[in-house]
Design a protein around this ligand. Structure first.
Ligand code: LR7
Ligand code: MN
Length: 330
């Protein structure tokens, strides 16, 4: 039921060692069932909503680099066990040149036995999450593409409200509420429907309180989707054709960072809108540090991605970015 795992005193040294591998408590994660149960954290008004039978189906694309076995498989199980199968076209795992043995043949053999087709695609070299997602999207067949990080857990009823909103308006790109899975105990904690996405002038994604005007527009009904300026980036569904119409991602972005705001600005500036569908809840393991290497250096990679974002979508507002991050011009 998403309860915290507490590690006995005697194992704490070992636990700390294992923490370094993924920057989360791997020992705790490995102790939890791959198909653990979770509480239903939805607003009461969401539990009785009825969605159309004829919803578009989706491919779920999950990219990973050196992900842990238990978090990756728990993500996959939560998708398979909590989605109506007629709405799931397939799950696509894109391996961004991981170096861990268990993610090779062992993984391939394991997913063959799952109830939904799971396809594994391997990047020839480390490409970063943006190009890995593009590869997954290109190989997918569903009418909608749903992206998830490799350490998520979908809760009951997560998928239908996302697909129903896209059916209503194919240019609406939708995110679930992102619940928090503790990096320390793997406890599942409901996220808030009162925060949405913004950014600061360093071009970092930030959460902000949903403004009153957005509450008024929904006449106070918190079960209705929230229009959000930006998204965190890892968890969203988009109509395949609309994704292609707006030019997909910027394939020139490397490794990690920037693509979340880039996609947000792209959507709003290409006739679409971005929403948080508050009846859909998906958990994510939030980490305090990054576990992997950034070829070329962390700062350099993120700055390069952010400059591309600023130059392409921000017109004269890019100056605010360059003022606050001096010395980062081309
Ligand atoms: O080189 C890489 N190759 C990869 O395949 C680096 C990462 N990845 C994979 C990785 O294994 C993971 O599955 O990409 C996915 C995202 O990487 P994380 O988990 O390190 O990212 P994050 O959760 O710290 O960061 C958020 O911002 C990123 C900016 O590039 C991405 O948009 C992430 O998807 C995004 N995660 C979320 O939105 C979850 C909520 C976090 C918040 C706020
Ligand atoms: Mn993540």
């Amino acid at each position: 039921m998403g309860k915290a795992v507490l590690i006995p005193k005697d194992d704490q040294e070992k636990m700390k060692e294992l923490f370094k591998i993924n920057q989360f408590n791997l020992m705790a994660s490995d102790l939890i069932a791959l198909n653990r149960s979770l509480p239903d954290v939805r607003l009461e008004g969401c539990k009785t909503k009825v969605y159309p039978d004829e919803l578009p189906n989706t491919s779920v694309v999950i990219v990973f680099h050196n992900e842990a076995w238990s978090t990756l498989l728990r993500t996959v199980y939560s998708v398979i066990n909590r989605s109506p199968h007629y709405l799931l076209s397939e799950v696509i795992l894109v391996d961004d040149a991981s170096e861990r043995d268990f993610l090779k043949l062992t993984l391939e053999n394991y997913v063959k036995n799952l109830e939904v087709p799971v396809k594994i695609i391997r990047m020839e070299e480390r490409s970063g999450l943006i190009r890995a997602r593009l590869r997954g999207a290109a190989a997918s067949k569903g009418q909608v593409i749903t992206f998830l990080d490799a350490h998520c857990e979908c809760t009951v009823g997560w998928l239908e409200p996302l697909l129903a909103r896209i059916k209503e308006d194919r240019k609406t790109v939708v995110c679930p509420i992102i619940d928090v899975i503790s990096d320390d105990t793997f406890e599942y904690m409901a996220g808030s429907d009162m925060t949405y996405g913004g950014f600061n002038w360093k071009l970092n994604f930030r959460w902000y309180p949903v403004p009153q005007r957005e509450m008024d527009r929904r006449k106070g009904d918190r079960t209705l989707p929230v229009r959000t300026p930006t998204m965190a980036g890892g968890l969203f569904s988009i109509d395949r054709n609309y994704f292609e119409e707006i030019g997909t991602y910027d394939a020139g972005m490397d490794i990690w960072g920037g693509e979340n705001l880039e996609m947000s600005f792209r959507i709003w500036q290409c006739g679409g809108s971005l929403e948080i569908v508050t009846c859909s809840h998906v958990g994510h393991v939030f980490r305090k540090a990054t576990p992997y290497t950034f070829p070329g250096g962390t700062g350099h990679v993120i700055n390069k991605n952010n400059r591309r974002l600023a130059e392409v979508w921000m017109d004269e507002f890019k100056d605010f970015f360059y003022i606050i991050s001096p010395g980062k011009q081309f």
